[in-house]
Design a protein around this ligand. Structure first.
Ligand SMILES: *[C@@H]1O[C@H](CO)[C@@H](O)[C@H](O)[C@H]1NC(C)=O
Ligand SMILES: *[C@@H]1O[C@H](CO)[C@@H](O)[C@H](O)[C@H]1NC(C)=O
Ligand SMILES: *[C@@H]1O[C@H](CO)[C@@H](O)[C@H](O)[C@H]1NC(C)=O
Ligand SMILES: *[C@@H]1O[C@H](CO)[C@@H](O)[C@H](O)[C@H]1NC(C)=O
Length: 462
């Protein structure tokens, strides 16, 4: 309370218009934009795990809740998204365009607008194109250290030196650098300087979506696949956001296209993710506007990577089988008295890698699909990428031996246990491995990447 009160006073002095009641109610922290929880896949990991803001290396093993004290972890597979990155060149172009509008056309008297015009400079350049930033390096180093504290018997110096840990990356620069950062997090922690550790690049696994022909043809390259998002962009909610932005800037509505609204939203998000500042760009949006922007992005993710089309999740069959066959090998090795050869596998990819897999596992599924017309009805949806996929998002499978052949599998998303859908009740945080195999029986027996990703042959006309 002390801190929040001091912030409040500072804020009060800074902005005379700030009402005390408002400060106390929302615990306003002027260095944090009010809309950070709506940033979709551009959100920062610490905003989702706020305890890390006090101690970036904090872990709490008691959240694992093993059903008995005998449980020992014997295998871990982590599928990790790269850390904080620059915008892509496509988005940097749009940001530049909006910045030009602000410089040449905007005319309102808001102090934040004058701040953009006179003090803010366009420091993003197209060559930054999606590269990992320094904060992104830290994201992965810190994650590595926390996971080693959470699972000290698996993510250990001994296992690393002994060759029982393996690293796999997508070929994209930001992923390779994230993988190197994860490894560096461990070697720096244990002060390992006499040895280097390799990683493999594997796009068939980490960028399966590019190689799944049916997905590419029917969804990725099919403009009508995103019909619901396009309709929402043309709809009344989005139009209102654009009108409000145009109004705040004092420019004709015709200048504020959906792309320009999105560019402003990205500018606020990136300035916060990369530089940890509450930039004047954030003043373009209030809570309601931000929620609408968030929904628009969620519609894209839902129809392009999530439940919108079956092939979206099926394209990840290859990654699903990769994880489950390794977990199974570990189970068999341990049961037959051998040492588990692949104790830890860390695989670094993209939000586009994780979302289809989360969907295949049945997580964050709502009863109703996301549509252009049900924005209000979906306000409590669980499919909310802001809560699922910040930078450095991670899905971790941990296999435990709880004695007497009692094997259990735990799933953690962003270091928090998630229950497997359909497996609720006592011990749901760490169900029996056999129950999970039973639950996913159809996927384990089927879900063949080659078969699912084939284009359906249209029967020849007679
Ligand atoms: C750790 O997690 C447990 C269970 O969720 C909770 O009761 C406890 O307060 C947490 N401890 C700390 C230090 O955060
Ligand atoms: C915006 O500013 C540019 C550059 O000054 C000018 O050419 C253009 O006509 C303006 N557009 C509008 C709609 O005012
Ligand atoms: C990423 O890796 C490349 C090549 O190793 C290096 O030149 C670059 O500086 C790295 N970027 C970051 C942000 O670490
Ligand atoms: C199997 O796992 C248990 C729990 O960690 C361990 O005590 C046992 O030694 C393992 N067996 C082998 C052969 O590694």
């Amino acid at each position: 309370m002390q801190i929040s009160f001091r912030n409040c006073i500072a804020f009060h002095l800074l902005l005379l218009s700030c009402r005390l009641l408002y400060c106390v109610e929302t615990q306003d922290n002027p260095t944090i934009p009010a809309i950070t929880k709506y940033f979709n896949t551009k959100g920062s990991y610490e905003e989702l795990n706020p305890h890390l803001k006090e101690d970036i290396l904090a872990v709490n093993r008691s959240i694992l809740q093993p059903p008995s004290a005998q449980c020992r972890e014997i295998h871990l597979t982590a599928i990790v998204r790269h850390g904080t990155r620059y915008p892509t060149s496509k988005n940097i172009k749009k940001m530049q365009q909006l910045y030009n509008i602000i410089l040449h056309n905007a005319s309102s008297e808001h102090s934040w607008l004058r701040e953009i015009q006179s003090r803010w400079t366009m420091w993003y350049s197209e060559d930054m194109d999606g590269r990992l930033v320094q904060k992104g390096v830290q994201d992965l180093k810190h994650l590595a250290v926390r996971l080693s504290k959470m699972f000290p018997s698996l993510i250990s110096e001994e296992k690393l030196r002994g060759g029982f840990m393996r690293f796999v990356s997508s070929s994209k620069h930001r992923c390779v650098n994230s993988t190197l950062a994860f490894i560096a997090g461990l070697t720096e922690l244990w002060d390992v300087t006499d040895k280097e550790f390799d990683h493999a690049v594997n796009d068939a696994l980490m960028r399966f979506f590019d190689r799944c022909t049916r997905f590419v043809e029917e969804v990725d390259n099919n403009p009508s696949a995103l019909l619901e998002m396009d309709r929402f962009k043309q709809g009344p909610e989005m139009r209102r956001v654009q009108e409000k932005i145009a109004d705040r800037l004092g420019v004709p509505l015709s200048l504020i296209t959906h792309d320009m609204a999105e560019a402003g939203f990205y500018l606020c998000a990136y300035e916060f993710a990369i530089k940890a500042v509450n930039s004047p760009w954030c003043q373009l949006f209030d809570h309601n506007d931000a929620k609408i922007m968030e929904y628009s992005s969620d519609l894209r993710e839902f129809w392009k990577r999530g439940y919108g089309y079956d092939i979206n999740s099926k394209s990840s069959c290859i990654l699903f089988h990769d994880a489950f066959s390794r977990i199974n090998r570990a189970a068999i090795e341990n049961k037959s008295g051998q040492q588990v050869t692949e104790a830890v596998v860390v695989q670094v990819g993209h939000a586009d890698t994780l979302l289809p897999l989360l969907t295949l596992l049945g997580l964050f599924k709502d009863r109703e699909v996301l549509k252009s017309t049900n924005y209000a009805a979906q306000s409590r949806r669980s499919f909310r990428t802001s809560n699922m996929l910040p930078y450095a998002a991670n899905l971790v499978f941990v296999l435990y031996d709880c004695g007497g052949g009692d094997l259990r599998l735990q799933l953690l998303l962003n270091e928090k246990p998630v229950t497997f859908p359909g497996l609720t009740g006592r011990g749901a945080a760490m169900p029996l491995y056999e129950d999970i195999r039973e639950h996913y029986r159809d996927l384990l027996d089927g879900c063949d990447f080659e078969t699912e990703c084939q284009l359906l042959k249209v029967p020849a006309e007679a």
